[in-house]
Write a protein that binds this ligand. Structure first.
Ligand code: NDP
Ligand code: GDR
Length: 340
């Protein structure tokens, strides 16, 4: 039975990847950082029905001793480094933490693998944010990077360290340059989930409006379940390499709003307000990926359309709020809108 170790197992991608690997007969282990809210930390894994099928190990990505001990004990065949401070907006308020976890954390993981399990195959969660102020209208593995946030700068450091460990030490390290991918398990601070949650609350009479920032920004959005498959495919190749993973379709926040509100028969323009306080100090205005290399070499293609994903996310948020209404008064704190 192959063994995988996932950092960031409690996040969106960690949960979907766990389910994917379990279905393929893997023993799945994950790094779990200590939280005062331990009772809710496994919610995504529970939602996918896999919480009791993964083995969680206490540790923190920025604590080499804990990571090293876990790699030594688990002896993984594959390591997926998904842990990060992943919210771009927060990275201007917490640049040092973001640099430490999102940047240096990757090298801590690489070191643990180099010392304790050098034959393991290593996946790094790189990001389309590294393209930032885009240098080519459609981005591929050969497009020059121009990061626009402390988050993207940290990811770029981690990306090049992953390449460097491959070239310096001959480790099997691959980096997936993944464009935005969403799902019903997306954190509520990210714009897609904030919108689908807002749609559900407005539809059910729990809120009157939704406040957003830049409506003109465009993203290339796919579904997380499709993108974790690409991560796994990368580690099944004979040689490690870097791959862009994207749908090739770029959509604005305003267009996403139109789709999500349209899903419940509402006109988004009647409900969406903008607040300059939600604009970013330096914005990534548009991202549009070309995943030809992943398609040709990995045989990867997305299986779900944006319309299908939006419908799934809106339906899931409607179901969540309906379930809460049945047990909580609508004025309860748990129903307050996200402020991200
Ligand atoms: P999430 O924000 O949902 O998950 C992040 C995970 O990292 C959580 O499990 C979190 O734990 C964990 N984590 C954060 N800090 C630490 C730490 N110090 N030690 C151990 N674990 C930690 O991210 P996603 O699942 O969306 O993304 C996965 C990875 O892919 C991230 O690295 C992200 O930057 C990257 N990425 C994501 C894209 C996307 O569109 N989703 C696109 C491109 C790259 P906890 O639950 O305790 O907070
Ligand atoms: P992003 O995702 O920064 O692309 O990073 P996010 O959903 O936060 O923002 C996407 C775009 O929407 C605009 N926007 C808003 N964003 C948020 N969060 N809240 C709002 O109210 C709002 N209004 C408009 C933003 O300005 C931006 O242009 C995600 C993360 O998953 C990263 O970890 C990952 O690396 C990249 O995707 C690829």
């Amino acid at each position: 039975m192959p063994t995988a170790l996932i950092t960031g197992i409690t996040g969106q991608d960690g949960a979907y990847l766990s389910k994917f690997l379990l279905q393929r007969g893997y023993a799945v282990h994950g790094l779990l950082r200590r939280s005062a809210s331990a009772d809710v930390i496994g919610e995504r894994l529970r939602w996918l029905g896999v919480l009791d099928r993964v083995t969680l190990h206490d540790g923190d990505l920025v604590d080499l001793s804990s990571v090293l001990r876990i790699v030594q004990a688990v002896q993984p065949d594959e390591v997926y480094n998904l842990a990060a401070q992943s919210f771009v907006h927060a990275s201007w308020q917490q640049p040092l933490l973001t640099g430490t976890v999102t940047g240096l954390g990757n090298v801590i993981m690489l070191e643990a693998v180099r010392i304790a399990r050098p034959q393991a195959r290593f996946y790094q969660a790189s990001s389309s944010e590294m393209f930032g102020k885009i240098q080519q209208s459609v981005q591929t593995e050969r497009t020059p990077f121009y990061p626009r946030s402390p988050y993207a700068v940290a990811k770029l450091y981690a990306h090049w360290m992953t390449v460097n460990y491959r070239e310096s030490f001959g480790l099997y390290t691959s980096s997936g340059i993944l464009f935005n991918h969403e799902s019903p398990l997306r954190g509520i601070e990210f714009v897609t989930r904030k919108i689908t949650d807002g749609v559900a609350r407005i539809k059910l009479g729990l809120a009157r409006e939704l406040t957003l920032g830049n409506l003109e920004a465009k993203r290339d959005w796919g579904h997380a379940a499709d993108y974790v498959r690409a991560m796994w495919l990368m580690l099944q190749q004979d040689q490690p390499d870097d791959y862009v993973v994207a749908t090739g379709r770029s959509t604005s926040i305003a267009e996403f709003c139109a789709m999500a509100f349209g899903q419940v028969g509402l006109d988004w323009r009647e409900y969406v307000r903008t607040d300059a306080g939600l604009l970013r100090p330096a914005e990534v205005q548009v991202l549009h990926g070309d995943a030809s290399k992943a398609r040709e070499r990995l045989g990867w293609a997305p299986s779900m359309t944006l319309e299908e994903m939006v419908a799934e996310m809106v339906d899931a948020d409607l179901a969540r709020h309906r379930a809460r209404i049945s047990v909580v008064q609508p004025t309860g704190a748990s129903l307050r809108p996200a402020q991200a």
